[in-house]
Ligand binder design. Structure first.
Ligand code: ATP
Length: 548
């Protein structure tokens, strides 16, 4: 599929998401707010089902007596729900206060703001005039964009474009400025008419800041909305150990909102400023940690496949050594080929990181840095810790081996919104179905895994008379306590099927004339379109079995 088609596919998904009530722009009646999204009636169920499937598969349904395939031993799982605003020292020790930033660059002319690492450019010259043309487009769109900008800058007609001389291919603006190959004064901003309008890059911390208390004013009142849920788990490590009788190895899971003041939110919900994460911090013995890392990486990969994401669109990418955080032994990303990306590009759904003992030690000792290969407390000019830790002992005493150690951590960190977006994109299909007269009719169908589908079954009386609605309502009431279902008697049955296909409902149950004589209903399967007759009395058990 070429780029053009994929972008139009994405446009159709975004439009269906709005039309059918999956996802709306936040505060839309006031013009919307960039980077914030609301989930509508179908979307809230879809996202809840994603989070519930995660919680059930990873936590609530976990069998702590069995040794699961690939795991070095049995292990326990438990959960937490922490606050969004935490003690500011948490973020100082975790490193977010000093390090969680991007570089941004402003354009004085267009008043637009860009992420410095998103700008690329190349030299263009024409009749002695030379300029470094930049673009914030990526992939296949970047080069044509620079051509269009250069044409405008030099005041050329379309047929004169070939007169432009190009000094090589696209390069990162950051890299060419650092290498002294171009300066910001030479650069023509992506939305500017003349060079020299880009400001010096500035660091921009991605944490949203707020103040605590009515008389907030001095610096001590500064607080932050959490940019990840993980830190709440680390600072409660001892509470959980002391109160729940868990023993290493065990995991603590949390699902909740996180906030990042992204400089350029984009690609629908993919890069939002408010989003939900589903995170596990798994605590294990240092010697076993590499095996646990591999276990979690493979387990999480399989989870996406089991819930129906197309294997060919998923990628498991191990980070290269130079990409790893300074404390990490290994990190892998699970990525999906979203339709808004160029062919061959993937976007991160989840990161699985081996974090060593970095986090627990940071909250004991203070912010850590790597020095000569060792993690040591960072000190200020006065020789004192730059950010002081809690001083609490977060080590673990292993009753079996009679040793004391700081557990190592494996962190599978998934985005609930990115996951939901991937399931939404993957489910979108267009095909043809025969209409009531047997003629092919094109349909849009969302092929969600039944566990994720917002509505599991629709109950449709063929006509609104002859006692059919009464039978249908009885069936609806029998099914509703077991699964999300809808009763719909409005319009021609073909249109009702089409509505359910767009919502991704796996099964439609139709009550017709035959139902009244033999107490069977038609069960229509969304994907195969096979229609079979099932005794009404067996419907609840049959669908419950299919969902199990
Ligand atoms: P990216 O590089 O795409 O910004 P990240 O590596 O910073 O992501 P992590 O800090 O590893 O992301 O966060 C874990 C997960 O949280 C990501 O895999 C993603 O699913 C989700 N996530 C992170 N940032 C956002 C965001 N701005 N919008 C939606 N989901 C996000």
């Amino acid at each position: 599929m070429d780029k053009q088609n994929d972008q139009s596919r994405m446009d159709k998904i975004v439009s269906l998401a709005k039309r059918r009530g999956f996802i709306f722009q936040s505060s839309e009646i006031y013009g919307g707010l960039n980077g914030f999204w609301d989930y509508g009636p179908l979307g809230v169920s879809l996202k809840r089902n994603v989070k519930d499937a995660w919680w059930r598969d990873m936590v609530a349904g976990h069998d702590e007596l069995a040794t699961l395939a690939g795991a070095p031993s049995p292990y326990e799982m438990t959960g937490l729900d922490c606050t969004i605003i935490m003690h500011p020292q948490v973020w100082k020790c975790s490193g977010h206060f000093d390090l969680f930033h991007d570089w941004m660059i402003d354009c004085r002319e267009s008043k637009r703001r860009y992420r410095y690492d998103h700008l690329h450019g190349r030299w263009a010259s024409h009749r002695g005039k030379k300029v470094f043309v930049t673009t914030d487009q990526s992939g296949d769109e970047a080069v044509p964009d620079t051509v269009a900008k250069a044409q405008k800058f030099f005041g050329l007609r379309a047929k004169q474009v070939d007169e432009i001389e190009w000094g090589g291919g696209l390069e990162s603006l950051q890299a060419v400025v650092a290498a002294g190959v171009a300066s910001l004064a030479d650069a023509l901003g992506p939305d500017a008419g003349a060079p020299g309008s880009l400001t010096e890059p500035r660091e921009f911390n991605l944490m949203f800041e707020t103040r605590i208390g009515a008389l907030a004013g001095d610096d001590d009142d500064r607080a932050f909305l959490r940019p990840e849920t993980a830190q709440g788990i680390f600072v409660n490590f001892k509470n959980v150990l002391d109160t729940s009788r868990v023993s290493v190895p065990f995991g603590i899971a949390q699902v909740g909102k996180s906030f990042r003041n992204e400089i350029t939110p984009r690609n629908f919900t993919f890069r939002s400023r408010e989003f939900e994460q589903m995170e596990i911090e798994f605590f294990c013995k240092p010697a076993d940690s590499a095996q646990w890392y591999r276990y979690w990486r493979d387990r999480r990969w399989k989870w996406y496949l089991d819930l129906g994401l197309t294997e060919g669109k998923l990628q498991l990418r191990e980070h290269a050594q130079d990409e790893l955080s300074h404390y990490s032994v290994g990190t892998a990303d699970i990525e999906y080929a979203f339709p808004f990306l160029n062919p061959g590009e993937f976007g991160e759904l989840e990161g699985i990181a081996h974090r060593g003992d970095f986090d627990l030690r940071s909250h004991m000792e203070g912010k850590l840095v790597r020095k000569d290969g060792e993690l040591v407390v960072e000190t200020g000019p006065d020789g004192k810790p730059r950010h002081r830790g809690s001083g609490k002992d977060l080590s673990y005493f292993d009753d079996v081996s009679r040793e004391r150690y700081v557990p190592h951590v494996i962190e599978p960190s998934a985005g609930a919104d990115r996951g939901t977006l991937a399931f939404l994109c993957d489910a979108y299909h267009e095909d043809e179905v025969p209409d009531a007269d047997g003629k092919p009719r094109s349909r849009t169908v969302m092929k969600f895994h039944p566990r994720l589908a917002p509505v599991k079954a629709a109950i449709l009386p063929l006509v609104k008379k002859d006692g059919m609605p009464e039978v249908a309502i009885d069936l609806y009431r029998a099914l509703k306590p077991h699964m999300a279902c809808q009763y719909d008697e409005k319009g021609a049955v073909g249109r009702r099927y089409a509505r359910q296909d767009e919502a991704g409902t796996p099964w439609c149950l139709t009550i017709d004339g035959q139902t009244l004589t033999d107490k069977t209903v038609t069960l229509r399967d969304r994907d195969s379109l096979v229609q079979s007759r099932v005794p009404i009395a067996e419907v609840v058990d049959l669908l419950r079995d299919k969902l199990a």
